[in-house]
Design a protein around this ligand. Sequence first.
Ligand SMILES: [Zn+2]
Length: 279
Amino acid sequence: MAGLLFGTGGTPHSAKTPSTIDGIERIAELGLGCMELEFVQGVRMGEAGARLVAETAAKLGIELTAHAPYFINLNAREPEKLRASQNRILQTARIASLCGAESITFHPAFYLGDSPEKTYTTVKKYLGEILDELKRENNRVWIRPEIMGKPSQFGTLEEILNLSTELERVAPCIDFAHWHARTGGFNSYPEFVSILEQVKERLGRAALDNMHIHVSGINYGSKGERNHLNLRESDFQYIELIQALKDYDAKGVVICESPNLEEDAQLLQATYRHLPKTG
Ligand SMILES: [Zn+2]
C-alpha cells in the first residue's frame, strides 16, 4: 500500500442510497480510498451481494474493511452468549473475505467485574478458537480487536498489543478517539508518537505498514467515551495525529467515524496530503 488511505465507517451520507454499493461508488467520487462495511447490527449480507461488493470495490480501487456486530462479549458468563459472540466474529470474517476486505474489527469484551488479567486469559482463549476455525477455512482476513473508549470495556492499548503479539493473524485496530476518551490524555504529537513507538517495538515495523485506524472527534467524561463528535467540534488534536502518522510513514486505512463521516474523512485526507513530513 502506498501510504494511508482515508474513508468512512459505513456508507457516506451523500451516497445516492445507504446501500454498500452506492457507498463504495460515492467513496470513489469523493476521491477517498477506503470504506468500512458496518455489520454493527448483524451480518445480513448474502454471498451474491458480497461478490458484487468485491467486484465494485476492485473496479474502483477502493480498499474495504469490516466492523463486526456490537453484540459481542468474549467474556460473557453464559455459554450461549459466548458462542453467539464467536459466531458473529466468524460471520464477519467470512463475509469480509468474500467482499475482498482484508481486515475486520470488533469490540472484544466487558470485564463484568473480573480482573483485567482474568478477562485477558478468557478473551485470548475464545479468540484463539475463532482463529483456529478461520485457519481451517483458509480465511486470511486480519482479525483486529479494537482499542475501546470506556474503562468497563476490555481493550486497553496494552491488552490489544498483547493479544496481537500472542496470537497469529491478530493485529490492533487503533481507535485514537477511544484511547483519548478513556485516558483523558493521548491527545498530542508526543503522545501519538509514543503509541506508534509501542506498536513498532511490540509488533515490528510491519505493523506500521499495515494499520487499521479509527478516528473521530469524541465527547467523554469520567466513564470514558460518551459519543462521537465532528472533529472541529471536539478537542481532538487530529492535525498532531496526522503529523505523527506521516512522520512514521504509517500505511494502511484510516476510518473516520465522526457523525459527518465523509466531511471529516476528507478533512483528514487533506491534512495528510498538505502537511510536510517533519520527523
Ligand atoms: Zn468500533
